[in-house]
Design a protein around this ligand. Sequence first.
Ligand code: SF4
Length: 139
Amino acid sequence: MDDRTGGTRSMETKEGDFRTRTDICLRCPQGCEVRTILGANDEIMEINGNRCKLGREYVEQEIRDPRRVLPTSIRVRGGERPLVSVWTPEPMPKGMLLELAKDSRKIEVDAPVHVGDVIVDNWRDTGVRLVASAEVLAT
Ligand code: SF4
């Protein structure tokens, strides 16, 4: 299986009860290629390629509850520009990314918008905030 989402990549192969997966750790710019052998219950049997313990944490999170930060943009009424960049400082469940990206197209705010303005709090009960990452002044 080859899964490409949010700028990352994971690949899996299966042999008997064991699965081998390769992930690019996104916890820092080093981007280590982490190879993991998993047992029948997804327990980590062997891991290598990670230069620090965060790589193991990253893979554990990817197996248990993969999450991604969503960068997107929303419409602005009465602003010097029609769109403002927004993002989710708290990573959201990966499975909801497309749905929430579609949701964001329906959101419209009034100018001015400032960096750090919370546009949506607890988006779709995920506990995730949608926050402005750019400035749009009013015309
Ligand atoms: S394993 Fe450590 S060094 Fe490698 S990308 Fe992850 S955080 Fe960075």
